[in-house]
Design a protein around this ligand. Structure first.
Ligand code: CIR
Length: 257
């Protein structure tokens, strides 16, 4: 069984961090509606959705992906690169600790979950303004004992590694101008036809694709995927994408001790 942790859109989302996009008005009601449709889509796919309450003091807290890396064996609480986001972790940790033992990254590490792409036992980690070498190093130290290894990837022109690529089944869906493709040597790469299509969320044989990326949807249908287009236009104004809004992991129910 799969469980997804999500969090309702903060009433202060308009004060979100922005790196690449100019600030635009975000329609809170519309953002919440789109986010609920995202949660409903996960539930329709059989995922148990744990929807946490909004955090009014943390504009970006809806992007739960950035505060933790959840593996089968452990959850690593990150230290987000934006200081305004560091308070998001506490309430998330209280939920995650029901499912996984926790490890915490410490100063001087910075790491956003959006910079971490899991492929098999490899964690590709974007080198970005949000995630530094100490972050990648502390993550490696926390997960090596479980057989994972960390491979840094240079990213340019976008916020996170997973703004530039997504791991789908046996391939990397990639927007090459934003990422050093040499990191993926030996892996199958599929070029995404639209920038905003590079972040998709694969669940089983279904893939959630931004409605703004119809050519990516068509490409993925051609590759045999069941495609669910989702309108995430409001949270895109906050530089959020589809993977950012959930932490998805395998569960057999909460830990008993
Ligand atoms: C931020 O800049 O931190 C947020 N406005 C957007 C975070 C998006 N998260 C993600 O791509 N994993």
């Amino acid at each position: 069984m799969l469980t997804a942790i999500t969090r309702a859109v903060s009433p202060s989302i308009s004060a979100c961090e922005l790196t690449w996009r100019p600030r635009e008005a975000i329609d809170l009601a519309r953002a919440r509606g789109q986010h609920r449709a995202y949660e409903a889509c996960l539930a329709e796919l059989g995922v148990e959705v744990i929807s946490l309450a909004a955090e009014p003091e943390y504009p970006d807290a809806v992007f739960v992906e950035d505060a933790a890396i959840v593996l089968d064996e452990v959850a690593v609480m990150t230290r987000p690169g934006a200081p305004s986001r560091r308070g998001e972790s506490e309430s998330l940790a209280r939920t995650l600790e029901r499912y996984r033992p926790l490890r915490w990254l410490r100063e001087p590490a910075t790491l956003d979950g959006g910079d971490v792409m899991l492929a098999g036992k490899t964690l590709f980690v974007g080198v970005t303004a949000r995630s530094n070498a100490a972050g990648a190093g502390q993550l490696a130290a926390a997960v090596e004992c479980f057989g994972y290894h960390v491979r840094p990837v240079v990213v340019q022109g976008c916020l996170h590694l997973k703004s530039a690529c997504s791991y789908i089944g046996d391939a990397v869906l990639v927007h090459r101008p934003w990422v050093d493709e040499a990191a993926f040597a030996g892996m199958r790469m599929v070029d995404v036809p639209e920038e905003c299509g590079a972040n998709v969320l694969a669940i089983g044989k279904t893939v959630l694709v931004p409605a703004a990326a119809p050519r990516t949807a068509e490409l993925l249908r051609g590759l045999g995927w069941q495609v669910k287009p989702l309108d995430n236009s409001e949270l895109m104004k906050a530089e959020g994408a589809l993977t950012c809004c959930s932490l998805i992991f395998a569960t057999a129910g909460p830990r008993l001790s």
